[in-house]
Design a protein. Structure first.
Length: 189
């Protein structure tokens, strides 16, 4: 694990000895130095102790390895693939706190078996943002409804959903606690 203990300690203007004495229970400056340099493994317990001594959250002391950006090789449109005029990169997808996923186990509508549909949760006041988009809606007894939201009446209110697949009948859902709007399709080729 790569830590930022040294950077945070120096930013706070503290010595190794001062941090060691602020730990509960106190420790030695050598121990803090070993944890900073990685010559001693930083456990979660140590991370929490040092964070408390520095007055920061433990998450502030951890650095994740940089995610590499993915270089864009070409643009693709109806005329085919063209070289870029300027270098560009894309960032790999990152999970966020308000995301939920739907795993497609059997092909239906535009989705194929093996697809992952990433959906962003919306509170009742934001349901209108999902109009004419595919949504996941929680139903009683642990069930769900997935389909295209074709109408929305007022804040929260009634939602008209057209399930996927040929011949599916429109369904009306009243006042769901949340919905999740499809925002990203992850498909292996």
């Amino acid at each position: 694990m790569i830590t930022a203990i040294r950077e945070v300690r120096r930013a706070k203007g503290l010595t190794l000895e001062e941090v060691a004495q602020r730990c509960d229970p106190p420790t030695t400056a050598q121990t803090i130095g070993r944890l900073e340099t990685g010559t001693r493994t930083v456990s979660v317990i140590w991370l929490n102790r040092i964070a408390a001594a520095l007055g920061v959250d433990a998450a502030d002391l951890v650095r994740l390895p940089d995610r590499p950006d993915i270089p864009v090789a070409a643009n693709l449109d109806s005329a085919g693939a063209q070289a870029l005029r300027r270098p560009a990169t894309v960032v790999p997808p990152v999970a966020e706190a308000d995301l939920v996923a739907v795993m497609v186990t059997g092909s239906i509508g535009d989705y194929r078996a093996g697809d992952e549909i990433w959906c962003r949760r919306l509170a009742p006041g934001a349901f209108g943002q999902a109009l004419n988009r595919d949504v996941l809606i929680p139903r009683p007894a642990g069930r769900f409804l997935f389909g295209r939201m074709i109408a929305h009446e007022g804040e929260g209110g009634r939602l008209n959903i057209l399930p996927l697949g040929p011949g599916a009948r429109q369904q009306v859902v009243a006042d769901p606690p949340w919905i999740a709007c499809a925002t990203r399709l992850v498909r292996s080729l």
